[in-house]
Design a protein around this ligand. Structure first.
Ligand SMILES: CC(C)(COP(=O)(O)OP(=O)(O)OC[C@H]1O[C@@H](n2cnc3c(N)ncnc32)[C@H](O)[C@@H]1OP(=O)(O)O)[C@@H](O)C(=O)NCCC(=O)NCCS
Length: 197
């Protein structure tokens, strides 16, 4: 792996057990993305800096174009979650991106409130972990999670990640405590579970 880019790209569609699909962001309409986030800023904005307000069309188009270029260049990979048979409904999203350490990809995930509590974030994180560990040159995956985000912090240990350290990090939202838990999966030990609910 050359720094910041991959020689082979991840799959654009990753089916999850239980019926949802992670799709490359640009294959789903801006309308579907905007509708989902705009309806849920109270929930998402608690922990996601980019979801503090309903997304405008202009910024959504800009981010999507940037994310598309980054995907093509092998730099980072942004997905949205949809039901298996639909491109017009966004349930959440996920991403894989470099975080500075060679051979390590970090993942992020978010699920809109109507779809929470059913294991969707866990299955999305499991699928991204498997996908990332299968890419050439990737030796480990990480999840960084503010210590105050208790629901999110429950996900990495369920998937076989181990806590490397807790480090100070500038809070990105009002809810964050400013202490970031750094979880790592190096492919050894228990592999992520991908069972249906
Ligand atoms: C945190 C967040 C991702 C959780 O999403 P979710 O889809 O509800 O998460 P999961 O369902 O996988 O896990 C949450 C709970 O569902 C339970 N669950 C239900 N069915 C499950 C299944 N089949 N498999 C695994 N867990 C299941 C889990 O045990 C977990 O229980 P808990 O209430 O003890 O935590 C979501 O609330 C969110 O997007 N928040 C805002 C953005 C955010 O915080 N992103 C993470 C930044 S680090």
């Amino acid at each position: 792996m050359t720094e910041g880019s991959l020689s082979r790209l991840p799959r654009e569609n990753i089916e999850l057990p239980g019926g949802a699909v992670l799709r490359r962001r640009s294959t789903v309409s801006d309308d579907a993305f905007i509708d989902a986030v705009a309806a849920d800023v109270g929930h998402l904005g608690e922990w996601l800096r980019w979801a503090q307000h309903p997304p405008t069309r202009e910024e959504t188009e800009g981010f999507r174009a940037e994310q598309d270029a980054d995907w093509d260049a092998g730099r980072s990979f942004v997905y949205v979650l949809t039901p298996a048979d639909r491109f017009d409904k966004v349930l959440g999203g996920g991403a894989m991106f470099p975080n500075g350490e060679d051979g390590v990809l970090e993942i992020g995930y978010w699920v809109c409130s109507p779809a929470t509590g059913r294991g969707l974030a866990t299955r999305a994180a499991a699928a991204l972990t498997e996908e990332g560990l299968g890419l050439p040159g990737i030796k480990a995956m990480e999840i960084h999670c503010d210590q105050a985000n208790v629901r999110s912090a429950g996900i990495p240990p369920r998937l076989g990640y181990r806590l490397l350290r807790i480090e100070p990090d500038e809070p990105q939202t009002a809810a964050e405590a400013g202490q970031s838990m750094v979880w790592r999966h190096d492919g050894a030990g228990p592999r992520p579970l991908l069972q249906a609910p």
